[in-house]
Design a protein around this ligand. Structure first.
Ligand code: CA
Length: 234
């Protein structure tokens, strides 16, 4: 991997230093920002590969900053990992809904944070290389193949019969592996199917989807209190 640049946005000096120390040790370039405006300025000026963004910042909150970055074409796909206090479950969900890829709760283990940073960078590289040429098939772990034109799913070549909603949920989660999606995001994705969708209905759909996928159903993980994610690795 070529040396990547990480933007660390955190107003607490000791935490900013701790993260920076570990990132440098892992051979990353680090740029720091103490607040949201500085973050946005540096994001415009520099090439940034990933952002670690604290939610509690003076001035603009991390949520506002995340939203602003996602609205720009330059910021559409840069991985964003949010830092949040453990009690702020609503912030976590809101963060994911404003477009963050992941979150870490404070106090956190630097080792875990570094592992997440690397996983998201690797995922981004893979997605970028896969983006061309446009393929109507998605190859997923454990032998799952999604044929996007035919709305057909096979596992090791054998067809699995899914409902339209189940297929759409699977495609949605698998399009961004390892990223956690809230139930609301899943509802927004499948709402077009002509009936009222509730959070409970999402849980039921996921339950059915897992069952039909058999062993591969374990790839769909429940993230407690937050939502669901599709695991990239077997
Ligand atoms: Ca803070």
């Amino acid at each position: 991997m070529a040396k990547k640049t990480i933007l660390v946005v955190e107003d607490e000096e000791d935490i900013q230093q701790l993260i920076t120390f570990h990132l440098i040790k892992e051979n990353f370039f680090v740029i720091c920002a103490d607040d949201g405006d500085e973050c946005l300025r540096k994001f415009h000026e520099e090439h940034i590969d990933l952002i670690i963004l604290d939610i509690m910042l003076p001035g603009k909150s991390g949520l506002e900053v995340c939203k602003a970055i996602r609205q720009e074409s330059k910021g559409a796909t840069v991985p964003i990992i949010m830092l949040t206090a453990r009690s702020e479950e609503r912030d976590i969900i809101e963060g994911l809904e404003t477009g963050a890829d992941d979150y870490i709760t404070k106090p956190f283990s630097p080792k875990v944070l570094m592992a997440r940073v690397k996983a998201h960078l690797r995922r981004k590289d893979e997605l970028d290389s896969r983006r061309q040429p446009e393929s109507a098939k998605m190859a997923l772990p454990m032998g799952i193949t999604l044929n996007l034109d035919l709305h057909q799913v096979t596992i090791d070549g054998k067809e699995v019969e899914l409902t339209v909603s189940e297929f759409n949920i699977l495609r949605f989660l698998a399009s961004r592996p390892d990223r956690v999606f809230s139930r609301q995001q899943i509802i927004d994705e499948i709402r077009g199917d002509g009936y009222e969708v509730t959070a409970r209905a999402v849980d039921v759909q996921i339950h059915g989807l897992r069952k039909k996928l058999g062993e591969a159903g374990s790839l769909i993980e429940t993230v407690r209190g937050v939502g669901y994610r599709f695991r990239a690795d077997e």
